[in-house]
Design a protein around this ligand. Structure first.
Ligand code: SER
Length: 585
Protein backbone atom coordinates (compact mmCIF):
# COMPACT_ATOMS: atom_id res chain seq x y z
CA UNK A 1 0.00 0.00 0.00
CA UNK A 2 1.32 3.44 -0.92
CA UNK A 3 1.41 6.37 1.52
CA UNK A 4 -1.38 8.16 -0.31
CA UNK A 5 -3.62 5.06 -0.03
CA UNK A 6 -2.99 4.81 3.69
CA UNK A 7 -3.83 8.49 4.10
CA UNK A 8 -7.04 8.16 2.08
CA UNK A 9 -8.13 5.01 3.89
CA UNK A 10 -7.57 6.72 7.21
CA UNK A 11 -9.53 9.87 6.41
CA UNK A 12 -12.37 7.84 4.88
CA UNK A 13 -12.52 5.48 7.81
CA UNK A 14 -13.04 8.36 10.22
CA UNK A 15 -15.29 10.27 7.84
CA UNK A 16 -17.56 7.23 7.82
CA UNK A 17 -17.64 7.49 11.59
CA UNK A 18 -18.97 11.06 11.64
CA UNK A 19 -15.62 12.86 11.70
CA UNK A 20 -15.22 16.11 9.76
CA UNK A 21 -12.14 16.04 7.55
CA UNK A 22 -10.01 19.16 8.10
CA UNK A 23 -7.26 20.45 5.81
CA UNK A 24 -3.68 20.30 7.12
CA UNK A 25 -2.69 23.50 8.91
CA UNK A 26 0.50 25.13 7.59
CA UNK A 27 3.86 23.97 8.96
CA UNK A 28 4.42 27.43 10.35
CA UNK A 29 2.06 28.09 13.25
CA UNK A 30 0.44 31.49 13.08
CA UNK A 31 0.12 32.36 16.71
CA UNK A 32 1.96 29.85 18.82
CA UNK A 33 5.34 30.96 20.11
CA UNK A 34 5.97 27.83 22.11
CA UNK A 35 7.09 25.97 19.00
CA UNK A 36 8.82 27.01 15.82
CA UNK A 37 6.94 24.60 13.58
CA UNK A 38 3.79 22.55 13.77
CA UNK A 39 5.04 19.42 15.52
CA UNK A 40 1.86 17.38 15.92
CA UNK A 41 -1.65 17.20 14.59
CA UNK A 42 -3.04 18.40 17.90
CA UNK A 43 -1.12 21.63 17.89
CA UNK A 44 -3.37 23.75 15.66
CA UNK A 45 -6.29 22.38 17.67
CA UNK A 46 -5.11 23.47 21.13
CA UNK A 47 -7.80 26.17 21.63
CA UNK A 48 -10.48 23.55 20.90
CA UNK A 49 -8.87 20.99 23.16
CA UNK A 50 -9.10 23.65 25.86
CA UNK A 51 -12.83 24.06 25.34
CA UNK A 52 -13.42 26.51 22.52
CA UNK A 53 -16.10 25.27 20.11
CA UNK A 54 -14.80 23.99 16.77
CA UNK A 55 -16.96 25.07 13.82
CA UNK A 56 -16.62 21.61 12.22
CA UNK A 57 -18.03 19.79 15.25
CA UNK A 58 -16.79 17.48 17.99
CA UNK A 59 -15.28 14.71 15.81
CA UNK A 60 -12.39 15.73 13.61
CA UNK A 61 -9.80 14.02 11.44
CA UNK A 62 -6.95 15.28 9.28
CA UNK A 63 -3.47 14.75 7.95
CA UNK A 64 -0.98 17.22 9.36
CA UNK A 65 2.37 18.29 7.99
CA UNK A 66 4.87 18.29 10.88
CA UNK A 67 8.49 19.28 11.46
CA UNK A 68 10.43 18.25 14.56
CA UNK A 69 14.05 19.26 14.74
CA UNK A 70 15.15 18.05 18.16
CA UNK A 71 16.67 15.00 16.52
CA UNK A 72 18.19 16.76 13.54
CA UNK A 73 21.63 15.32 14.30
CA UNK A 74 20.20 11.80 14.21
CA UNK A 75 18.91 12.11 10.66
CA UNK A 76 20.86 9.74 8.46
CA UNK A 77 20.11 6.70 10.62
CA UNK A 78 17.34 4.36 9.60
CA UNK A 79 14.41 6.14 11.22
CA UNK A 80 14.73 9.79 12.26
CA UNK A 81 13.04 12.34 10.01
CA UNK A 82 12.68 16.08 10.54
CA UNK A 83 9.62 16.30 8.29
CA UNK A 84 6.82 13.78 8.63
CA UNK A 85 3.09 13.53 8.19
CA UNK A 86 0.80 12.71 11.05
CA UNK A 87 -2.67 11.29 10.58
CA UNK A 88 -4.99 12.07 13.45
CA UNK A 89 -8.50 11.88 14.79
CA UNK A 90 -9.95 13.91 17.62
CA UNK A 91 -12.87 13.83 19.96
CA UNK A 92 -13.64 17.20 21.52
CA UNK A 93 -15.71 16.17 24.50
CA UNK A 94 -17.36 13.49 22.32
CA UNK A 95 -16.24 9.83 22.52
CA UNK A 96 -13.53 8.75 24.94
CA UNK A 97 -11.44 5.64 25.59
CA UNK A 98 -13.86 2.94 24.53
CA UNK A 99 -14.76 4.18 21.06
CA UNK A 100 -11.29 5.51 20.46
CA UNK A 101 -9.57 2.19 21.16
CA UNK A 102 -12.19 0.23 19.25
CA UNK A 103 -11.83 2.45 16.17
CA UNK A 104 -8.02 2.21 16.24
CA UNK A 105 -8.18 -1.55 16.58
CA UNK A 106 -10.66 -1.85 13.70
CA UNK A 107 -8.66 0.43 11.46
CA UNK A 108 -5.44 -1.49 12.03
CA UNK A 109 -6.86 -4.98 11.81
CA UNK A 110 -9.68 -4.55 9.28
CA UNK A 111 -8.69 -1.64 7.03
CA UNK A 112 -4.94 -2.16 7.03
CA UNK A 113 -5.36 -5.90 7.66
CA UNK A 114 -2.56 -6.11 10.20
CA UNK A 115 -2.80 -9.50 11.99
CA UNK A 116 -3.51 -9.00 15.68
CA UNK A 117 -0.46 -11.13 16.60
CA UNK A 118 1.68 -8.36 15.10
CA UNK A 119 0.24 -5.76 17.49
CA UNK A 120 1.14 -4.82 21.06
CA UNK A 121 -0.10 -1.93 23.15
CA UNK A 122 1.06 0.02 26.16
CA UNK A 123 -1.02 1.83 28.78
CA UNK A 124 -0.26 4.16 31.67
CA UNK A 125 0.89 2.43 34.86
CA UNK A 126 -0.30 5.20 37.19
CA UNK A 127 1.47 7.53 39.62
CA UNK A 128 0.72 10.32 42.12
CA UNK A 129 -0.75 12.57 39.39
CA UNK A 130 -3.13 10.11 37.72
CA UNK A 131 -4.36 6.57 38.31
CA UNK A 132 -3.35 3.36 36.52
CA UNK A 133 -5.24 3.08 33.27
CA UNK A 134 -7.02 -0.21 33.87
CA UNK A 135 -9.91 1.08 31.81
CA UNK A 136 -7.90 1.22 28.59
CA UNK A 137 -6.34 -2.16 29.32
CA UNK A 138 -9.71 -3.81 29.76
CA UNK A 139 -11.07 -2.19 26.58
CA UNK A 140 -8.06 -3.58 24.69
CA UNK A 141 -8.84 -7.03 26.03
CA UNK A 142 -12.48 -6.69 25.06
CA UNK A 143 -11.73 -5.76 21.46
CA UNK A 144 -9.41 -8.75 21.11
CA UNK A 145 -5.88 -7.79 22.16
CA UNK A 146 -4.19 -10.78 23.82
CA UNK A 147 -3.43 -9.99 27.47
CA UNK A 148 0.28 -10.75 27.12
CA UNK A 149 0.47 -8.03 24.44
CA UNK A 150 -0.65 -5.32 26.89
CA UNK A 151 2.15 -3.54 28.78
CA UNK A 152 2.03 -0.92 31.55
CA UNK A 153 4.56 1.93 31.65
CA UNK A 154 5.05 5.19 33.53
CA UNK A 155 4.98 8.83 32.47
CA UNK A 156 8.14 8.61 30.37
CA UNK A 157 6.35 6.27 27.96
CA UNK A 158 2.64 6.64 28.45
CA UNK A 159 1.88 10.26 29.10
CA UNK A 160 1.62 12.89 26.42
CA UNK A 161 2.13 16.62 26.58
CA UNK A 162 3.42 19.05 23.98
CA UNK A 163 6.27 20.82 25.74
CA UNK A 164 6.25 21.82 29.39
CA UNK A 165 2.70 22.94 29.89
CA UNK A 166 -0.71 22.54 28.32
CA UNK A 167 -3.40 19.92 27.80
CA UNK A 168 -2.14 16.41 28.50
CA UNK A 169 -3.06 12.97 29.75
CA UNK A 170 -2.32 9.26 29.77
CA UNK A 171 -1.95 7.64 26.38
CA UNK A 172 -2.12 4.20 24.91
CA UNK A 173 0.43 3.44 22.24
CA UNK A 174 0.20 0.79 19.56
CA UNK A 175 3.27 -1.08 18.35
CA UNK A 176 4.00 -3.24 15.33
CA UNK A 177 6.17 -6.30 15.82
CA UNK A 178 8.69 -6.43 12.97
CA UNK A 179 9.34 -10.09 13.68
CA UNK A 180 12.98 -9.45 14.66
CA UNK A 181 14.50 -11.58 17.43
CA UNK A 182 13.88 -10.18 20.93
CA UNK A 183 16.93 -8.30 22.24
CA UNK A 184 16.72 -10.06 25.61
CA UNK A 185 14.26 -11.92 27.75
CA UNK A 186 12.98 -8.50 28.85
CA UNK A 187 12.49 -7.23 25.30
CA UNK A 188 9.33 -5.09 25.19
CA UNK A 189 7.79 -2.18 23.26
CA UNK A 190 9.69 0.43 25.26
CA UNK A 191 13.15 -1.14 24.99
CA UNK A 192 13.98 0.62 21.73
CA UNK A 193 15.81 -2.34 20.13
CA UNK A 194 13.76 -2.04 16.96
CA UNK A 195 11.70 -5.21 17.27
CA UNK A 196 8.64 -3.17 18.20
CA UNK A 197 7.90 0.00 16.24
CA UNK A 198 5.42 2.54 17.57
CA UNK A 199 2.69 3.21 15.05
CA UNK A 200 -0.12 5.08 16.76
CA UNK A 201 -0.64 7.04 19.90
CA UNK A 202 -4.05 7.76 21.42
CA UNK A 203 -3.89 10.44 24.08
CA UNK A 204 -6.73 10.69 26.54
CA UNK A 205 -6.57 14.35 27.42
CA UNK A 206 -8.15 15.04 30.72
CA UNK A 207 -5.59 17.27 32.40
CA UNK A 208 -3.91 20.62 32.08
CA UNK A 209 -0.38 20.96 33.37
CA UNK A 210 0.69 24.43 34.47
CA UNK A 211 4.20 25.78 34.14
CA UNK A 212 4.59 25.19 37.87
CA UNK A 213 3.95 21.49 37.32
CA UNK A 214 0.43 21.33 38.75
CA UNK A 215 -2.21 19.14 37.12
CA UNK A 216 -5.83 20.19 36.98
CA UNK A 217 -8.75 18.47 35.26
CA UNK A 218 -9.80 19.90 31.92
CA UNK A 219 -13.43 20.95 31.60
CA UNK A 220 -13.86 18.64 28.68
CA UNK A 221 -12.36 15.19 28.07
CA UNK A 222 -10.75 14.87 24.66
CA UNK A 223 -9.05 12.27 22.54
CA UNK A 224 -6.03 13.19 20.44
CA UNK A 225 -4.41 10.57 18.26
CA UNK A 226 -1.44 10.55 15.94
CA UNK A 227 -0.26 7.98 13.43
CA UNK A 228 3.02 8.55 11.57
CA UNK A 229 2.46 8.08 7.86
CA UNK A 230 6.05 7.38 6.78
CA UNK A 231 6.49 4.71 9.42
CA UNK A 232 3.23 2.99 8.64
CA UNK A 233 4.07 3.02 4.94
CA UNK A 234 7.45 1.45 5.64
CA UNK A 235 6.01 -1.30 7.85
CA UNK A 236 3.14 -2.22 5.56
CA UNK A 237 5.56 -2.45 2.66
CA UNK A 238 7.90 -4.63 4.71
CA UNK A 239 10.75 -2.13 4.29
CA UNK A 240 13.53 -1.50 6.77
CA UNK A 241 13.60 2.30 6.51
CA UNK A 242 11.37 5.09 5.16
CA UNK A 243 14.08 5.71 2.53
CA UNK A 244 13.16 2.39 0.92
CA UNK A 245 9.54 3.45 0.34
CA UNK A 246 8.22 5.35 -2.67
CA UNK A 247 8.53 8.57 -0.63
CA UNK A 248 12.33 8.57 -0.94
CA UNK A 249 13.48 5.64 -3.10
CA UNK A 250 13.81 7.54 -6.40
CA UNK A 251 15.74 10.41 -4.85
CA UNK A 252 18.03 7.94 -3.10
CA UNK A 253 18.68 6.17 -6.42
CA UNK A 254 19.33 9.42 -8.22
CA UNK A 255 21.84 10.42 -5.53
CA UNK A 256 23.64 7.10 -6.00
CA UNK A 257 23.87 7.74 -9.72
CA UNK A 258 25.25 11.23 -9.23
CA UNK A 259 27.61 10.52 -6.35
CA UNK A 260 31.32 9.99 -6.82
CA UNK A 261 31.48 7.90 -3.67
CA UNK A 262 28.80 6.05 -1.78
CA UNK A 263 27.85 7.09 1.69
CA UNK A 264 24.36 6.03 2.64
CA UNK A 265 24.19 8.36 5.64
CA UNK A 266 24.98 11.37 3.47
CA UNK A 267 22.44 10.29 0.86
CA UNK A 268 19.75 9.98 3.52
CA UNK A 269 20.61 13.36 4.99
CA UNK A 270 20.38 14.98 1.56
CA UNK A 271 17.07 13.26 0.73
CA UNK A 272 15.51 14.03 4.10
CA UNK A 273 16.68 17.63 4.45
CA UNK A 274 15.75 18.37 0.86
CA UNK A 275 12.18 17.20 1.43
CA UNK A 276 11.93 18.96 4.77
CA UNK A 277 13.26 22.29 3.53
CA UNK A 278 11.04 22.15 0.44
CA UNK A 279 7.98 21.66 2.62
CA UNK A 280 8.98 24.52 4.94
CA UNK A 281 9.67 26.93 2.06
CA UNK A 282 6.41 25.90 0.43
CA UNK A 283 4.55 26.99 3.57
CA UNK A 284 6.28 30.36 3.63
CA UNK A 285 9.48 29.67 5.61
CA UNK A 286 12.64 31.55 4.58
CA UNK A 287 16.22 31.07 5.77
CA UNK A 288 17.49 33.60 8.32
CA UNK A 289 19.66 33.79 11.40
CA UNK A 290 16.89 33.49 13.94
CA UNK A 291 14.40 30.92 15.05
CA UNK A 292 12.56 29.03 12.34
CA UNK A 293 14.59 30.70 9.63
CA UNK A 294 17.70 29.42 11.36
CA UNK A 295 16.37 25.87 11.42
CA UNK A 296 15.66 26.05 7.70
CA UNK A 297 19.14 27.46 7.14
CA UNK A 298 20.69 24.57 9.06
CA UNK A 299 18.71 22.04 7.03
CA UNK A 300 19.82 23.56 3.73
CA UNK A 301 23.42 23.94 4.85
CA UNK A 302 23.65 20.42 6.12
CA UNK A 303 22.15 19.14 2.89
CA UNK A 304 24.63 21.19 0.83
CA UNK A 305 27.56 19.95 2.83
CA UNK A 306 26.54 16.33 2.30
CA UNK A 307 26.04 16.93 -1.42
CA UNK A 308 29.63 18.17 -1.40
CA UNK A 309 30.73 15.16 0.59
CA UNK A 310 29.14 12.86 -1.99
CA UNK A 311 30.97 14.76 -4.71
CA UNK A 312 27.71 15.77 -6.37
CA UNK A 313 27.72 18.85 -8.59
CA UNK A 314 25.62 21.47 -6.81
CA UNK A 315 24.09 22.48 -10.13
CA UNK A 316 22.07 19.27 -9.86
CA UNK A 317 20.00 20.84 -7.09
CA UNK A 318 17.17 22.09 -9.40
CA UNK A 319 16.87 18.58 -10.88
CA UNK A 320 16.67 17.03 -7.45
CA UNK A 321 13.95 19.50 -6.50
CA UNK A 322 11.99 18.65 -9.67
CA UNK A 323 12.29 14.96 -8.96
CA UNK A 324 11.08 15.40 -5.39
CA UNK A 325 8.07 17.39 -6.58
CA UNK A 326 7.20 14.58 -8.99
CA UNK A 327 7.33 12.09 -6.11
CA UNK A 328 5.40 14.20 -3.63
CA UNK A 329 2.90 16.16 -5.69
CA UNK A 330 0.08 13.69 -5.23
CA UNK A 331 0.42 14.04 -1.47
CA UNK A 332 1.16 17.78 -1.54
CA UNK A 333 -0.16 19.51 -4.67
CA UNK A 334 1.01 22.84 -3.19
CA UNK A 335 4.63 21.88 -3.99
CA UNK A 336 3.96 22.10 -7.70
CA UNK A 337 2.29 25.50 -7.33
CA UNK A 338 5.28 26.88 -5.42
CA UNK A 339 7.92 25.18 -7.49
CA UNK A 340 9.71 28.33 -8.68
CA UNK A 341 9.86 29.88 -5.22
CA UNK A 342 11.17 26.65 -3.72
CA UNK A 343 13.91 26.46 -6.32
CA UNK A 344 14.85 30.08 -5.96
CA UNK A 345 15.07 30.05 -2.16
CA UNK A 346 17.01 26.79 -2.02
CA UNK A 347 19.46 27.77 -4.71
CA UNK A 348 20.10 31.22 -3.26
CA UNK A 349 20.75 29.76 0.16
CA UNK A 350 23.04 27.10 -1.26
CA UNK A 351 25.04 29.81 -3.05
CA UNK A 352 25.25 31.89 0.09
CA UNK A 353 26.51 28.91 2.01
CA UNK A 354 29.21 28.18 -0.53
CA UNK A 355 30.54 31.73 -0.06
CA UNK A 356 30.28 31.32 3.68
CA UNK A 357 32.22 28.08 3.59
CA UNK A 358 34.93 29.85 1.71
CA UNK A 359 35.20 32.67 4.28
CA UNK A 360 34.83 30.23 7.15
CA UNK A 361 37.77 28.17 5.96
CA UNK A 362 39.99 31.28 6.01
CA UNK A 363 38.78 32.10 9.50
CA UNK A 364 39.45 28.54 10.54
CA UNK A 365 43.03 28.75 9.31
CA UNK A 366 43.58 31.93 11.34
CA UNK A 367 42.23 30.20 14.44
CA UNK A 368 44.47 27.18 13.81
CA UNK A 369 47.57 29.34 13.54
CA UNK A 370 46.83 30.86 16.90
CA UNK A 371 46.22 27.45 18.44
CA UNK A 372 49.54 26.19 17.13
CA UNK A 373 51.42 29.30 18.26
CA UNK A 374 49.98 29.03 21.72
CA UNK A 375 50.57 25.30 21.86
CA UNK A 376 46.97 24.47 22.69
CA UNK A 377 45.70 20.92 22.62
CA UNK A 378 42.35 21.40 21.01
CA UNK A 379 40.17 23.91 19.19
CA UNK A 380 38.28 25.85 21.84
CA UNK A 381 34.49 25.63 21.95
CA UNK A 382 34.36 29.42 21.54
CA UNK A 383 36.10 29.16 18.19
CA UNK A 384 33.86 26.31 17.04
CA UNK A 385 30.81 28.27 18.08
CA UNK A 386 31.94 31.47 16.37
CA UNK A 387 32.58 29.57 13.16
CA UNK A 388 29.16 28.03 13.49
CA UNK A 389 27.28 31.15 14.44
CA UNK A 390 28.97 33.72 12.24
CA UNK A 391 30.08 31.61 9.31
CA UNK A 392 27.39 28.94 9.41
CA UNK A 393 30.12 26.33 9.78
CA UNK A 394 28.58 23.15 11.17
CA UNK A 395 30.70 21.80 14.07
CA UNK A 396 31.28 18.55 12.18
CA UNK A 397 33.03 20.52 9.44
CA UNK A 398 35.29 22.21 11.95
CA UNK A 399 35.95 18.85 13.53
CA UNK A 400 36.84 17.26 10.17
CA UNK A 401 39.19 20.09 9.28
CA UNK A 402 40.82 20.09 12.71
CA UNK A 403 41.38 16.36 12.54
CA UNK A 404 43.19 16.72 9.25
CA UNK A 405 45.76 18.78 11.14
CA UNK A 406 45.87 16.40 14.08
CA UNK A 407 43.63 18.35 16.46
CA UNK A 408 40.24 17.73 17.98
CA UNK A 409 37.55 20.22 18.96
CA UNK A 410 36.08 20.99 22.36
CA UNK A 411 32.64 19.66 21.57
CA UNK A 412 31.43 19.90 25.16
CA UNK A 413 32.11 23.62 25.37
CA UNK A 414 30.53 24.10 21.96
CA UNK A 415 27.38 22.25 23.06
CA UNK A 416 27.17 24.47 26.12
CA UNK A 417 27.39 27.65 24.08
CA UNK A 418 24.98 26.24 21.53
CA UNK A 419 22.42 25.43 24.22
CA UNK A 420 22.69 28.95 25.62
CA UNK A 421 22.11 30.30 22.14
CA UNK A 422 19.08 28.06 21.64
CA UNK A 423 17.63 29.16 24.94
CA UNK A 424 18.01 32.78 23.89
CA UNK A 425 16.32 32.19 20.60
CA UNK A 426 13.53 30.27 22.31
CA UNK A 427 12.96 33.16 24.67
CA UNK A 428 13.02 35.51 21.73
CA UNK A 429 10.30 33.57 20.01
CA UNK A 430 8.17 33.60 23.14
CA UNK A 431 8.51 37.32 23.32
CA UNK A 432 7.35 37.61 19.77
CA UNK A 433 4.15 35.75 20.46
CA UNK A 434 1.96 38.77 20.62
CA UNK A 435 2.72 40.23 17.26
CA UNK A 436 3.62 37.08 15.41
CA UNK A 437 6.40 39.20 13.96
CA UNK A 438 8.48 37.48 11.35
CA UNK A 439 10.79 40.40 10.74
CA UNK A 440 11.19 43.54 12.69
CA UNK A 441 11.58 46.56 10.53
CA UNK A 442 10.02 50.01 10.55
CA UNK A 443 6.81 48.90 8.90
CA UNK A 444 6.18 45.85 11.02
CA UNK A 445 6.96 47.80 14.19
CA UNK A 446 4.33 50.40 13.23
CA UNK A 447 1.79 47.66 12.64
CA UNK A 448 2.66 46.15 15.98
CA UNK A 449 1.80 49.39 17.77
CA UNK A 450 -1.36 49.75 15.66
CA UNK A 451 -2.41 46.28 16.87
CA UNK A 452 -2.38 47.56 20.45
CA UNK A 453 -4.43 50.61 19.50
CA UNK A 454 -6.98 48.50 17.64
CA UNK A 455 -7.26 46.12 20.59
CA UNK A 456 -7.96 49.08 22.90
CA UNK A 457 -10.36 50.77 20.47
CA UNK A 458 -12.55 47.70 19.98
CA UNK A 459 -13.12 47.54 23.72
CA UNK A 460 -14.67 50.99 23.53
CA UNK A 461 -16.47 50.88 20.20
CA UNK A 462 -17.71 47.27 20.25
CA UNK A 463 -17.64 45.64 23.66
CA UNK A 464 -15.41 45.89 26.72
CA UNK A 465 -15.12 42.10 26.68
CA UNK A 466 -13.39 41.94 23.31
CA UNK A 467 -10.06 40.12 23.63
CA UNK A 468 -7.25 39.46 21.26
CA UNK A 469 -7.23 35.93 19.87
CA UNK A 470 -4.34 36.25 17.51
CA UNK A 471 -2.52 38.53 15.15
CA UNK A 472 -0.33 38.35 12.14
CA UNK A 473 1.78 41.14 10.74
CA UNK A 474 3.63 41.61 7.48
CA UNK A 475 5.27 44.69 6.07
CA UNK A 476 2.12 45.42 4.10
CA UNK A 477 -0.74 44.84 6.50
CA UNK A 478 -1.94 43.65 9.87
CA UNK A 479 -4.47 41.04 10.74
CA UNK A 480 -6.13 40.99 14.11
CA UNK A 481 -8.38 38.24 15.50
CA UNK A 482 -10.61 38.98 18.45
CA UNK A 483 -13.42 37.40 20.41
CA UNK A 484 -16.78 38.82 19.39
CA UNK A 485 -20.17 37.23 18.91
CA UNK A 486 -21.36 39.26 15.93
CA UNK A 487 -20.35 40.65 12.59
CA UNK A 488 -19.31 44.26 13.15
CA UNK A 489 -21.74 46.82 11.78
CA UNK A 490 -20.58 49.48 9.37
CA UNK A 491 -20.97 52.00 12.17
CA UNK A 492 -18.79 49.98 14.54
CA UNK A 493 -16.09 49.67 11.90
CA UNK A 494 -16.14 53.42 11.19
CA UNK A 495 -16.05 54.34 14.86
CA UNK A 496 -13.13 51.97 15.50
CA UNK A 497 -11.16 53.33 12.60
CA UNK A 498 -11.87 56.93 13.68
CA UNK A 499 -10.83 56.26 17.27
CA UNK A 500 -7.51 54.68 16.27
CA UNK A 501 -6.82 57.64 13.96
CA UNK A 502 -7.71 60.08 16.71
CA UNK A 503 -5.13 58.45 19.00
CA UNK A 504 -2.55 58.53 16.23
CA UNK A 505 -3.16 62.26 15.75
CA UNK A 506 -2.89 62.91 19.47
CA UNK A 507 0.77 61.86 19.15
CA UNK A 508 0.64 59.68 22.25
CA UNK A 509 3.94 58.54 23.74
CA UNK A 510 4.66 54.79 23.86
CA UNK A 511 6.45 53.77 27.03
CA UNK A 512 7.66 50.50 28.46
CA UNK A 513 8.18 49.24 31.95
CA UNK A 514 9.40 45.93 33.38
CA UNK A 515 7.56 44.40 36.29
CA UNK A 516 6.57 41.15 37.94
CA UNK A 517 3.85 39.31 36.05
CA UNK A 518 1.43 39.43 38.99
CA UNK A 519 1.90 43.17 39.39
CA UNK A 520 1.29 43.68 35.68
CA UNK A 521 -2.00 41.83 35.92
CA UNK A 522 -3.01 43.96 38.91
CA UNK A 523 -2.50 47.13 36.89
CA UNK A 524 -5.12 45.77 34.50
CA UNK A 525 -2.67 45.27 31.62
CA UNK A 526 -4.11 43.33 28.72
CA UNK A 527 -2.62 39.94 27.93
CA UNK A 528 -3.55 36.93 25.84
CA UNK A 529 -2.29 33.81 27.59
CA UNK A 530 -0.87 34.73 30.94
CA UNK A 531 0.84 31.34 31.43
CA UNK A 532 2.93 31.90 28.34
CA UNK A 533 4.85 34.82 29.80
CA UNK A 534 8.00 34.74 31.93
CA UNK A 535 7.85 35.93 35.54
CA UNK A 536 9.22 39.35 34.70
CA UNK A 537 7.30 40.94 31.89
CA UNK A 538 7.41 44.11 29.87
CA UNK A 539 4.32 46.26 29.85
CA UNK A 540 3.85 48.71 27.01
CA UNK A 541 1.61 51.73 27.55
CA UNK A 542 0.32 54.06 24.89
CA UNK A 543 -0.67 57.37 26.52
CA UNK A 544 -3.37 56.25 28.86
CA UNK A 545 -5.42 54.47 26.20
CA UNK A 546 -3.65 51.10 26.13
CA UNK A 547 -1.61 48.92 28.44
CA UNK A 548 -0.46 45.46 27.35
CA UNK A 549 2.05 42.77 28.24
CA UNK A 550 4.27 42.53 25.24
CA UNK A 551 7.80 41.77 24.08
CA UNK A 552 7.86 44.77 21.75
CA UNK A 553 9.30 46.42 19.82
CA UNK A 554 7.11 49.48 19.32
CA UNK A 555 7.35 52.97 17.89
CA UNK A 556 8.16 55.79 20.30
CA UNK A 557 5.13 57.88 19.45
CA UNK A 558 1.82 57.11 17.74
CA UNK A 559 2.36 60.00 15.33
CA UNK A 560 4.76 57.70 13.45
CA UNK A 561 1.94 55.44 12.30
CA UNK A 562 0.26 57.32 9.43
CA UNK A 563 -3.42 56.77 8.67
CA UNK A 564 -5.12 53.64 9.90
CA UNK A 565 -7.60 52.02 7.52
CA UNK A 566 -9.71 48.90 8.07
CA UNK A 567 -9.84 46.93 4.81
CA UNK A 568 -11.96 43.99 5.79
CA UNK A 569 -13.90 42.50 8.66
CA UNK A 570 -14.78 38.81 8.47
CA UNK A 571 -15.34 35.63 10.49
CA UNK A 572 -12.20 33.79 11.59
CA UNK A 573 -13.67 30.87 13.51
CA UNK A 574 -16.64 30.38 15.83
CA UNK A 575 -16.91 33.43 18.10
CA UNK A 576 -13.81 34.99 16.59
CA UNK A 577 -13.80 37.87 14.09
CA UNK A 578 -10.89 39.04 12.00
CA UNK A 579 -9.94 42.57 10.94
CA UNK A 580 -7.48 43.26 8.17
CA UNK A 581 -6.08 46.77 8.24
CA UNK A 582 -3.34 48.87 6.69
CA UNK A 583 -1.38 51.97 7.61
CA UNK A 584 -1.12 54.57 4.87
CA UNK A 585 1.83 56.93 5.07
N1 SER B 1 -0.19 14.33 20.16
C1 SER B 1 0.16 12.94 20.14
C2 SER B 1 1.51 12.68 19.51
O1 SER B 1 2.11 13.56 18.94
C3 SER B 1 -0.90 12.17 19.43
O2 SER B 1 -1.17 12.78 18.23
O3 SER B 1 1.99 11.58 19.59
Amino acid sequence: MKAIDIRNKYLNFFKNREHSVLPSAPLIPENDPSVLFTTAGMQPLVPYLLGEKHPAGTRLTDYQKCVRTVDIEEVGDNRHLTYFEMLGNWSLGDYFKKESIKMSFDFLTKELEIPVEKLSVTVFAGDEDAPRDEESASIWKEVGMPEQHIYYFGKEDNWWIAGEEGPCGPDTEMFYDTGKEPCSEHCNPSCGCGKYVEIWNNVFMEYYKTKQGKYSKLKQKNVDTGLGLERMTMLLQGKETPYDTELFAKVMEKLTQLAKCDNITSRRIVAEHLRSSMMIICDGGRPSNVERGYVLRRLIRRMTRHLNKLGIDLNELPNLIELNIEILKELYPELEKNKETIKQVLIEEKDKFMKTLHHGEKEFEKAMNKIKQENMQKVEGQVVFRLYDTYGFPPEVTSDLAQEQGYCIDMEEFQKLYKEHQEKSRMGSEQKFKGGLADQNEETICYHTATHLLNAALKITVDKNVHQKGSNITQERMRFDFSCDHKLTQEEIQKTEALVNEWIQQALPVTQEEMKKEEAIKTGAECMFIEKYPDIVTVYSIGDVSKELCGGPHVKNTSELGIFKIKKEEASSAGVRRIKAVLIK
